[in-house]
Ligand binder design. Sequence first.
Ligand code: SAJ
Length: 444
Amino acid sequence: MNTIGVIGLGCVGLPAAVIFASRGKRVVGFDIDSQKVEMVNKGISYINEPGLDGLLKDVVNRGLLEATNDGSCVVENTDAVIITVPTPFKEGKTDLTYIESALNLVKCGLHDKQLIVIESTIPPGTTKTFVKYKLEETGLRVEEDFYLAHVPERIAPGKAIYELTNEPRIIGGVGPKSTERAYELYSTVNKKLYKTDATTAEFVKLIENTFRDLNIAYANLLALMADCLDVDVWEAIELANTHPRVNIHKPGPGVGGSCLTKDPYMLVYSVNDLFGKELILISRSINEFMPQYTVSLIEKVLQENNVPRKSKIAVLGVAYKGNIGDTRESPAIFIVKELLKKGYEVFTYDPYTRESFGAISTNSMEEAIMGAYVTIIVTDHEQFKEIDLGKLKDKMAKPIIIDCRHLIDLRKAKKLGFIYYGIGCKRCNKNDNTRSSGNKAGNN
Ligand code: SAJ
């Protein structure tokens, strides 16, 4: 398989296209967005992904990757087509519209021995029923004339290039021949491949993200409890994690990103009348509640410290997680918007993005904190761990920190006279807190 078509050049499709091209495959990428097509053909990446820029330029210059708006090019002359289009989840249902459009393109050029792979996240059973049915409308038969597999994307923004080639992939064909063909294709970029059937692969994708969401919800629930019990949740989790079989995640201001906010719903609603579905739904509710809880904590701090409305507030980090500029479903969106609604002057600083959701975006941390009454750390960017607290104190109107990610050294902050608050550590603001800095709760 030397020629590959990729349908959908988003944050899953573009890195995938580039990786296959970097292994010498001739790749044609299709996207409906002509701006994206133009940029790819100029070798410019619109996705902020370490390592992607250089690789993209290289494969475009070598003539190995080309982008197009013309659907026929991705199917007619290729040995395999990979579909990486969005599958939004709305009102209890997965929207397969983009998958359907992609399949319509494939149907126009599907040919003998071609392999079709769905990487988009879809409900269990979709490949074996919906996709197979659509493609067989061409008169060609799967496993006889063409091959069909689900290989779930596992792109963690910020680590895409590394993980595409180094982290295991699940290969699920609709039949053994399809699995073998997909295995053959993906083995050119990754050696850690696990074979299964398509429905299991679809299920695996959903259960891994739901597992993570459940774990984070548990950490967030503990934070809510700790605030009632006058316990520092970060200290408690760190101590619980000394148990050899316990690894509690980190609480925070909420769970963002496009996957964890959607996949648990897709899993629950893939089975009718599922007994026990509340386990997953309640976890989602806890995680969805956290931005609201964060805003109420901020309000309480502002009131307790007599910070007048219209005062300047600095928000550090708007991305949904550390060290990336992706703001999809970021808890910062709700937090910033609510603070603006309440009449505060909100200044944001994020080293990876200038998005600000109506607040004033600044070029530097200094600009954001200058004259601020409160600094709120929303995203766990590495850079924020290195904040010079002395400088911060000098520049702020009042030395108040709300550290939603537990990045700041609590002892240092207090020594310098900061009023310190955090998620799940109301107690941190009191003087009886004996804990040292500690930042080892959970994994990331
Ligand atoms: N978060 C916490 N506490 C934690 C860990 C994370 O609050 O202990 C928050 C993050 O700050 C972020 C959100 O959860 O807002 C999601 O971050 P993440 O790193 O857990 O996940 P994503 O959405 O960036 O990527 C996930 C990953 N899935 C798993 O780890 C099981 C990734 O490997 C998948 O490829 C990706 O979803 C996907 O595309 O499905």
